[in-house]
Design a protein around this ligand. Structure first.
Ligand SMILES: NC(=O)c1ccc[n+]([C@@H]2O[C@H](COP(=O)([O-])OP(=O)(O)OC[C@H]3O[C@@H](n4cnc5c(N)ncnc54)[C@H](OP(=O)(O)O)[C@@H]3O)[C@@H](O)[C@H]2O)c1
Length: 361
């Protein structure tokens, strides 16, 4: 017997599990596969989930390398929340699994259900958090056989998709849906998305299309055809001058995951009263803003990380209605997270890489 709280479903849970621990900031050697990690004990408002699949995200690497630190890689501010990461930490923001035990204050009908975990965590240990956490960052996540989360963050899902396919959705697609929600994208608007072939970008294309918007994707030339097959009306290559190709004042919304040198152009192509939203800065976080562009065009700029309360539930509905499709580029065993991260960083894939717990190590 392992996890032993008052509640339902605790028999047959082992005491120890295999999981991948991040032991500190640094290179891939900071990832340690352990077979003796205690199975977490769910509190009275939590569920215990047997993880079946967990997606790879940039945040796993950003956290490991202390990319979030703004103080020259000082590890004291290297998390989403600007605080120090507690080690060892089990990462993994994207979880699909089965609820195998529930705390005493959790509805029993969640037991045995297949769930997706909402990665933006507002409640932990039975309390509402002052500032949300991210799953696998401020608390342990899904790179392990079992994980716990407050029941309100475990969403039942009714879908014919496999667990691996479902695990490709939570972080990227909820980030994408949040960006579109914050910018209030509506039918017939034109949305320009950077990093269009990536996990978030490919989700933005599908979710914007589901709203009836038209999408232009910025992507590597080699990925253009696939980005169009996802629903983009056209693509621009990364090195193309967006002002020359699209014209100034030509799009309603820019969804930016890349930032970097071309950032000023993205404000120029926005129409007056246009909306710009960022959730990433993979080409470099420091950009030059001409404040005249911002105020003379009445632009709105949104930074997007904490999910709106309705966003994850809306995403679940879109998955259940088959309005979005999973794009799984490759799968790996839990013991192969380092290999998966290496492949992930090459950025030659389209969509997501997923850890499949059913693959033998
Ligand atoms: N705030 C949040 O809640 C949140 C959540 C998820 C992700 N993120 C962030 O959002 C960003 C995108 O995440 P993702 O999961 O979609 O990443 P991803 O799957 O790695 O895709 C990123 C894409 O960006 C493009 N790219 C990479 N390096 C580039 C460069 N130097 N210049 C221009 N384009 C480049 C590539 O697409 P092309 O080859 O098509 O150009 C790449 O496939 C990351 O910075 C991530 O940390 C934030």
């Amino acid at each position: 017997m392992g996890a032993q709280e008052a509640g339902v479903g605790f028999k047959d849970i082992p005491a120890r599990m295999t999981g991948l621990q991040l032991t500190g900031h640094g290179d891939l050697d900071k990832l340690a596969l352990r077979e003796d990690i205690p199975v977490p004990n769910p509190g009275s408002h939590d569920v215990l989930i047997k993880v079946s699949a967990a997606g790879i995200n940039n945040t796993d690497i950003n956290t490991r390398t202390a990319w979030y630190s703004k103080t020259d890689r000082d590890s004291n501010d290297a998390s989403w929340s600007g605080n120090a990461i507690q080690f060892p930490r089990i990462q993994g923001a994207d979880v699909c699994g089965q609820v195998v035990a529930v705390g005493e204050h959790v509805e029993e009908d969640l037991l045995n259900e297949r769930v997706l975990v909402e990665p933006c965590i507002r409640e932990a240990g039975g309390s509402v958090l002052d500032l949300p956490w991210y799953f696998g960052s401020e608390c342990d996540g899904g790179f392990a056989e079992y994980t716990i989360v407050a029941a309100r963050h475990a969403y039942k899902i009714d879908s014919s998709l496999s667990d691996v396919e479902l695990a490709s959705f939570p972080c990227s697609y909820s980030t994408a849906e949040n960006l579109l929600t914050r910018t209030n994208v509506t039918a017939n608007e034109t949305v320009l998305v950077t990093g269009a072939s990536g996990g978030v970008g490919s989700a933005v294309i599908q979710l914007a299309k589901a709203r009836g918007a038209k999408v232009i994707g910025i992507t590597s030339q080699s990925k253009s055809a696939e980005v169009i097959s996802l629903g983009a009306e056209r693509t621009l290559s990364r090195d193309e001058n967006a002002i020359q190709t699209l014209g100034r004042n030509s799009v309603d919304v820019v969804i930016d995951l890349v930032a970097g040198k071309q950032w000023p152009d993205h404000l120029e192509v926005l129409k007056p009263f246009g909306r710009y939203a960022a959730a990433g800065a993979i080409a470099g976080p420091l950009v030059e803003l001409d404040v005249r562009t911002l105020y003379l065009k009445d632009l709105s700029l949104f930074g997007c990380t904490v999910l709106g309360e309705e966003v994850f539930g809306n995403l679940i509905k879109r998955i259940e209605a088959d309005e979005v499709r999973p794009i799984v580029a490759n799968t790996f065993a839990l013991s192969q997270v380092a290999e998966a991260q290496k492949q992930f960083q090459l950025k030659q894939h389209i969509g997501k890489l997923v850890i499949d717990l059913s693959i033998e190590s």
